[in-house]
Design a protein around this ligand. Structure first.
Ligand SMILES: [Zn+2]
Length: 502
């Protein structure tokens, strides 16, 4: 109905805007081929009666006219955060040299949403492997001081591209790099904070009435990397065999339109490691290619990617730039197919109010290594164990204790009458997204990982029990004292449920 109405009103949108005030329904203005001048006036006179009839019919026929009101404001902006210097790259501990060049740019993007009560949230997406707690806290402090954003109103998500720079102390135990490289990391981290604050400021400056829609698509390239041998995946696919292990192939989409029609911003998520690439060039990997694909199709719009619970998912096969582009195109197409259906059941208009909650829960480690154990590890361990032992021994030398728990960030935004957007810290395995969707509503729950603080992997109880990289050994490269205590899944899920209640 609305698509028809919108097309009819291409030529008399102004008249209908007045009409809409009278009858209490807002009529969309179309974004294409509106004539002007005498032609428009003639057409408007001829069709004004039709306008009344059609608009009145819309009130009767469409029960969801309230949702078509532009009660939202939105602003969006981006800044390039590609390092200017050829500094150390993050993602892989096997790297032996700094970056050699750039394949494509890394971006910081900010999308501000404001509801009718002027409650705001800002989604910040970064083409980085992760950020540490201190960097996140400092960004949030600056955003509060400059723009008044409370902690709960800010979500910072990292795409987890493995071709970005080392940032702050994220994965610090993994890098055995010299003082001059650490100075570059510090300088970059400071510039990053400034760039994020600027991007949010620019997004606020562009705040304008908006129509917001949400929906979900599908992309199937994420493979459970714990359950499938990488080398065997192409053959299994060729033979038409089903790959093993849980996945989350949903592609949640939040679309922001200018009320006049054009797409201004689209934020979308996917649960899969951005590890197509492992070369020595800066690249945003497949998430950046997906954003570029969408921006190419929707001139002027900014596309933002947020990483879902893809800690145990890889794009397979991988390791070529062509594959990064291929996955980007597939993901972009999945988003685009949702956008195409703005007026169908796949996209729903967002109405209602925003709420934002943020808590940090104490997540316990399984055990605390003794000083003697750490000294042995520092002397005889592998390079990652030595890195972890040295950083924990440094804490003891400074009079601090080895941590027994970690302040884990859990955040929930209720996007009006639309999705519950849960943003979790760390590298979260897919089990969390699947469980939370099952318990809270498959269609109305979006779960991001890699948000606000990427401190280490967050295995489910199942993955923790199985061990392996995501369950246990990755804790060393993240500098954590031990594996997580078995309580972690229940503690995180309970916190998410509690946020939903308030
Ligand atoms: Zn990872």
């Amino acid at each position: 109905m609305f698509e028809y109405l919108r097309n009819v009103h291409i030529y008399f949108a102004d008249r209908c805007a007045d009409l809409s005030k009278t009858i209490g329904v807002r009529i969309y203005r179309a974004n294409r081929c509106a004539p002007t001048g005498a032609q428009r006036d003639r057409f408007t006179r001829r069709t004004s009666l039709l306008a009344i009839v059609v608009a009145a019919a819309a009130v009767v026929a469409c029960g969801d006219v309230r949702a078509a009101e532009s009660t939202w404001k939105a602003g969006v902006a981006q800044k390039t955060i590609t390092p200017k210097k050829l500094m150390w790259m993050s993602g892989y501990g096997s790297r032996t040299a700094p970056a050699e060049g750039k394949a494509d740019d890394l971006m910081a993007k900010a999308l501000v949403l404001e509801d009718a009560d002027k409650t705001r949230v800002v989604l910040i997406t970064l083409d980085l492997v992760g950020i540490d707690r201190a960097t996140s806290q400092d960004i949030c402090k600056r955003l509060y001081e400059k723009y008044g954003f409370e902690r709960a109103q800010i979500a910072i998500n990292c795409s987890h591209t493995h071709c970005g720079p080392v940032v702050g102390t994220n994965l610090k135990a993994m890098y055995d790099i010299g003082e001059s490289q650490w100075k570059l990391v510090d300088d970059y981290t400071e510039a990053l904070k400034q760039n994020v604050v600027t991007a949010v400021g620019d997004a606020l400056k562009s705040l304008a009435p908006a129509d917001v829609y949400w929906g979900s698509g599908t992309a199937t390239f994420a493979v459970n990397r714990r359950e499938n041998k990488e080398a065997e995946v192409p053959k299994l696919r060729e033979e038409g065999k089903t790959l093993k292990g849980p996945n989350d192939h949903d592609v949640p989409v939040l679309a922001v339109y200018d009320p006049k029609g054009p797409l201004r911003a689209v934020a979308f998520g996917y649960a899969c490691h951005a590890t197509t690439l492992s070369f020595q060039n800066w690249s945003a990997d497949y998430p950046g290619r997906a954003c570029n694909e969408l921006q190419r199709r929707s001139l002027g719009a900014i596309a933002l990617f947020w990483a879902g619970c893809g800690a145990d998912q890889n794009p397979i096969p991988r390791r070529t730039y062509e594959l990064a582009e291929h996955y980007g195109k597939r993901l972009g197409e999945a988003v685009h197919s949702v956008l195409r259906d703005r007026d169908s059941k796949q996209m729903k208009p967002l109405a209602g109010r925003l709420t934002a909650e943020y808590t940090e829960i104490p997540l316990r480690f399984a055990r605390t290594p003794t000083k003697a154990e750490l000294e042995t590890e520092a002397a005889k361990g592998n390079k990652y164990e030595q890195g972890r032992a040295k950083s924990l021994l440094a804490k003891l030398s400074a009079g601090e204790a080895v941590p027994t728990e970690y302040p884990y960030p859990v955040q929930t935004w209720r996007l009006g009458d639309g999705p519950r957007f849960v943003t979790l810290g760390g590298e979260v395995v897919v089990d969390y997204a699947l469980r939370l969707k099952q318990e809270l509503g498959a269609k109305t729950t979006w779960v991001a990982g890699y948000s606000n603080d990427v401190m280490c992997y967050i295995p489910s109880r199942r993955v923790l029990g199985e061990g392996g990289y995501e369950g246990a050994s990755s804790m060393t490269i993240y500098g954590m004292p031990s594996a997580w205590h078995a309580m972690l899944e229940e503690a995180i899920v309970k916190a998410v449920h509690e946020q939903g209640k308030r």
